[in-house]
Design a protein around this ligand. Structure first.
Ligand code: SF4
Length: 375
């Protein structure tokens, strides 16, 4: 498959040549892509990789969000969702609450449950084992995408267990894959402002590496649109690429546009433009060619940008996410529940073919990598 001749920008032309010859791009290339104004040319290169990997398929999923508690000992400045234990907004879901919510969502036809929450000081691993077994009992085929690396680190500490032992117990209880949250941005300078008490980027990568070695597939995220600079984004992308070269365990890369309402970094941040969104997704597709999928969560970006990004490397627009709380607490204006027809229309109107899937992509092939996603 040839890239269009109209790539005139010399640097982008060189990047296009590398893509055609399967040569990995370098950090200078990434910097150039994240700052170029030749946005359509950049999009054409990313679209080439997307088409090579997935043809004209765009994936979506039917899922629910389960936020089991908003009580969190970290209280990161970037977070609008968490609160202290004595706050009037504080909640912890009981097993009955969880059962009710999952039963309702199963009635609505979900295929997977995404579980994330705050770092509660007293919830032991037994609570999570019970939760997972209860969900699996309701519908054994449900894929449980459970807990960020930050939560696994917390579980290990408060239960005095190794990370491996925490994974072993939660896999046994039903965890099938990991979301990619908590990565934020690895730069210590930025992390120190937006989430000073959160695990370091190095620790996040270490926990993900352990998950991969225990056969769990995971996502990787990048939080942008706050106080990061271009070098921070480049460095983040390359640290993810290096781990992926070692383990091959990242299934999907998910850039997350930060929403700042009700957070303590609201006044410090800069705002990204539509061009920034397009550059970040396209550059992500091109740098992280060793990760099969690139997801744009419509709920973070709005449906119009989610449609456009399907021409900038994106092959997955996310799911229904019934009951999403985290990004809406931070001011996202999108609905907290997109129906299946709504998602399919968003894809079809971009000229793509919708395919329903889960975080493990059991029904989709990555054409260029020559692997069945279910493996
Ligand atoms: S971002 Fe996560 S770890 Fe930080 S305060 Fe919010 S829930 Fe807690």
């Amino acid at each position: 498959m040839q890239l269009p001749d109209e790539i005139k920008n010399k640097t982008l032309k060189n990047i296009a040549r590398k893509v055609m010859e399967n040569i990995p791009v370098n950090r200078d290339d990434a910097f150039a892509m994240l700052t170029t104004n030749d946005i359509m040319e950049l999009g054409a290169i990313a679209d080439h990789i997307r088409t090579q990997f997935h043809g004209n398929t765009t994936y979506y999923s039917i899922n629910m969000n389960l936020n089991y508690t908003n009580i969190c000992t970290l209280r990161c400045p970037l977070c609008a969702f968490s609160c202290d234990i004595d706050d009037e907004r504080a909640f912890v879901l009981s097993m009955d609450d969880i059962e009710k919510r999952v039963l309702q969502a199963v009635d609505d036809g979900i295929d997977e449950v995404h579980i994330v929450g705050g770092l509660h000081p007293d919830l032991t691993l037994v609570y999570f084992e019970k939760m997972l077994r209860k969900i699996k009992k309701i519908k054994p085929e449900l894929l449980i995408v459970g807990f960020t690396a930050v939560e696994y680190d917390h579980f290990a500490k408060i239960n005095r267990l190794s990370i491996e032992e925490v994974f072993r117990r939660l896999i046994d209880a039903g965890v099938g894959a990991l979301p990619g949250g908590g990565a934020e941005i690895f730069s210590p300078r930025v992390r120190n402002v937006i989430a000073p008490d959160k695990i370091t980027g190095k620790r996040w990568l270490g926990i993900m590496g352990t998950a991969h070695r225990m056969n769990l597939k995971t996502n990787a995220t990048l939080l942008y649109n706050h106080i990061e600079n271009t070098e921070d984004v480049v460095d983040h992308l390359f640290q993810i690429r290096e781990l992926q070269d070692e383990t091959g365990g990242f299934k999907t890369f998910v850039p997350l546009q930060f929403h700042g309402e009700n957070t303590r970094i609201r006044s410090k941040r800069r705002f990204s433009t539509g061009y920034d969104d397009m550059r970040i997704y396209a550059a992500g597709r091109i740098v992280l060619r060793n990760i099969p999928h690139l997801k744009a969560l419509w709920m973070y970006l709005g449906e119009k940008m989610a449609q456009i990004l399907q021409r900038f490397g994106v092959d997955d627009i996310g799911g229904t996410y019934t009951n999403e709380k985290v990004v809406h607490a931070a001011g996202a204006k999108t609905s907290d529940y997109g129906t299946e027809p709504f998602l399919r229309r968003m894809i079809e109107e971009s000229g793509m073919v919708p395919m329903r899937t889960t975080a493990n992509y059991q029904n989709g092939d990555c054409l260029a990598m020559g692997v069945s996603e279910g493996q």
